[in-house]
Design a protein. Structure first.
Length: 263
């Protein structure tokens, strides 16, 4: 019941975040051009990824079935793939479940956060990704990968990995008419302001979708546990009634047998 109550509010945050993200992607696609790309560090496409940062989003609490295990498995796959290609990986973990796992296996974590609630904000996303953006601008890392859950429904919350940096501008749809913008002061300055917003919004959407996925997975896990417990109780009740009935039948048979012997 608690997870169901929290899930409704989490779903509302997911739905509320999507229109802004959609318009932001469209504006970025309209403003982007190869000529402008050379001026912005966040659009830098390194020839080789020598060092990458991996940001993993997990929950602080369990009782959510395989939710956290699936996210951790996806993060391990991404890290293994990068290290197999010769890339050094800095792992950044959000949530006690992910942090506890990597401490258990002895994996060094570059940074960790356990103070985020199930109501993430834009400031939370900013605090998570701004340092990574600065590292990318200073060429201390060549890529940033984000592992989070995608909320499709309470029954479908698959883990997904996304490359956040360098920014890959969304493709402009050929069938869509290009908007006639009045750009002030100019496209270059506006694009410079939109790029950090785009990166932060990507992380914010991942936070709200992961929070909704957590509550959906927890509700599903608790429903399955309740259903299994109910089935188990029914099985025990039937076994008890059968044993009780067998005992009563035996006692009646012994009484009848004793009475017949006295006659």
């Amino acid at each position: 019941m608690v997870a169901t109550s929290k899930l409704k509010r989490a779903q509302d945050r997911v739905v509320g975040a999507r229109p802004y993200a959609k318009v932001l992607r469209e504006m970025l696609a309209d403003l982007y051009s190869p000529e402008l790309a050379d001026r912005f560090p966040l659009l830098r496409q390194p020839a080789k990824v020598g060092r990458a940062a991996v940001l993993l989003l997990t929950s602080n609490r369990g009782l959510a079935g395989g939710f956290n295990a699936n996210l951790i498995r996806e993060a391990r796959a991404v890290v293994d793939r990068l290290e197999k290609d010769g890339t050094a990986v800095d792992l950044h973990v959000v949530g006690r479940k992910g942090l506890g796992y990597f401490r258990y296996v002895g994996r060094q974590v570059a940074s960790s956060r356990t103070d985020l609630t199930d109501r993430p904000t834009a400031d939370d996303a900013k605090s998570l990704v701004d340092d990574r953006m600065q590292q990318f601008i200073e060429r201390k890392i060549d890529a940033l990968y984000l592992i989070s859950a995608k909320y499709n429904s309470p029954l479908s919350t698959p883990p997904v990995s996304e490359q956040v940096l360098p920014v890959k501008p969304p493709e402009r749809k050929e069938t869509k008419a290009v908007r006639d913008y009045i750009l002030a002061p100019n496209a270059s300055e506006i694009l410079g302001l939109l790029l950090p917003l785009y990166v932060r919004n990507t992380v914010y959407r991942a936070l709200v979708e992961t929070a909704a996925s957590e509550q959906g997975a927890r509700r599903t896990a608790m429903k399955n546990a309740t259903d299994n417990a109910t089935d188990l109780l029914n099985t025990y009740r039937r076994n008890y009634n059968r044993a009780r009935q067998a005992q009563i039948t035996q006692e009646i048979a012994e009484i009848v047998g004793g009475a017949a012997a006295l006659e």
